[in-house]
Design a protein. Structure first.
Length: 392
């Protein structure tokens, strides 16, 4: 049965590659027939004319992770980033590719759909908010509008998934990210380790490191007593919040569990709470009810939960991963631990014994939604200026 599924996936990827070639061939044919009034010529002309008449940047955001009623925690970092862009006056249209609901079939016809959206919306820049197959197909299909691709973590670093099919999907996704990075006009990565993960054939002069921003109005210190009462948590226990993603082994939940078991055996009444599938507007309550956030991931980009915890002035204990050491640097009461239970226990015990909030909120002002949005806007303008297409 597994072999059959794997064979189907290989076949799908081959068909996907063929589909992408068909898109490119169709685009080349359209370009060669511009003198006869082709649709491509009309698309390029209409997009350029619209840019001459507008003052506000128009961004078409394409994403396969986005919050929904069925998955309220999916892609909240994308939703928040787009919220920031709108807050500073950019006109943003969102095209959601339903990867979660439709699986890999959501990519069939994606290039054609994106091109149709461009004709309708006439964006200045297309921003693909995540890498992998989606980014590969969009960068293949779109040529007349500058494209920015954001890489967030597993799309460049891969995943430790079980089973041959899921491992194959992960590896294929990383290869697709490499292809998209090569074609993209501009690249956003969330942290230095993600920039280092880009292949050598990618022009690194077009790469910018811009972490996701956080909503400082939503994430702020609240009454710990009130938040614990809401969830029915014991007021006298040591509550450790562990952000996880449906048991993804990259998060190393077994390491977190082993450390908490040792903390309990040492005499501290600790409880481990898994933050999974929680709507984003509820996350501040979970953070403020907790004594500490624990991160044990094998790899990350720029985990928002760390920045959100600091904005709420909640201590963080984390292994050395992604940009977390940079975020915690200079904040008393937060600790980087070795990826083994003993050292994690030592650091959690230090947090327990101090029993206080940390002064992390001031440092997070530089990562507010508005400031990060301004940095993204500068990238868009830089790209458009280089192509002499800045709106008047």
């Amino acid at each position: 049965m597994r072999c059959c599924k794997l064979g189907w996936m290989v076949k799908w990827c081959m068909e996907n590659a063929n589909f992408s070639s068909m898109v490119n061939n169709a685009q080349s044919c359209a370009n060669s027939s511009q003198a006869h009034g082709s649709g491509d010529a009309l698309l390029t002309t209409s997009v350029r004319r619209s840019k001459m008449k507008r003052a506000s940047l128009r961004i078409l955001a394409v994403t396969n992770v986005y919050p929904s009623a069925d998955a309220p925690a999916s892609g909240t970092f994308v939703e928040q980033q787009l919220k920031g862009l709108r807050q500073i006056g950019l006109n943003v249209d969102v095209m959601v590719v339903d990867r979660l609901g439709r699986g890999m079939s959501c990519y069939l016809g994606l290039g054609r759909k994106v091109r149709a959206r461009i004709v309708k919306y006439r964006p200045d820049v297309v921003h693909v908010m995540y890498g992998g197959v989606m980014a590969d197909m969009v960068t293949r299909a779109v040529g007349e509008v500058p494209i920015v691709v954001s890489f967030c973590g597993s799309d460049l670093l891969g995943e430790l998934l079980s089973g041959p099919i899921r491992k194959f999907i992960s590896r294929y996704g990383v290869m697709a990210s490499h292809n998209a990075a090569r074609r993209a006009t501009g690249i956003i990565v969330k942290s230095e380790n993600l920039r280092n993960a880009l292949p050598n054939h990618v022009d690194h002069s077009k790469v910018r490191i811009i972490p996701s921003g956080i909503d400082l109005e939503r994430f702020r210190p609240l009454s710990q007593e009130a938040c614990r009462a809401r969830f029915g948590w014991n007021a006298n226990h040591f509550h450790v919040l562990f952000p996880t993603n449906n048991g993804n082994p990259v998060k190393r939940p077994d390491l977190a569990r082993a450390a908490i078991d040792r903390v309990i055996r040492s005499g501290i009444p600790a409880e481990l709470h898994y933050l999974c599938g929680v709507a984003h507007d509820e996350v501040p309550l979970w953070l403020n009810a907790s004594d500490v956030v624990l991160l044990t991931s094998l790899h990350e980009g720029s985990p928002n939960i760390v920045k959100e915890a600091l904005a709420c002035e909640i201590p963080v204990v984390s292994v050395d991963v992604g940009d977390v050491p940079e975020r915690l640097r200079g904040i008393d009461g937060c600790y980087i631990a070795l990826p083994e239970p003993g050292d994690i226990v030592t650091k959690l015990t230090l947090v327990h014994d101090s029993s206080r909030r940390v002064s992390g909120r001031v440092k997070m002002h530089a990562l507010s939604l508005e400031r990060i949005a301004q940095r993204l806007k500068e990238v868009y303008e830089e790209i458009l200026l280089s192509e002499k297409q800045v709106p008047a």
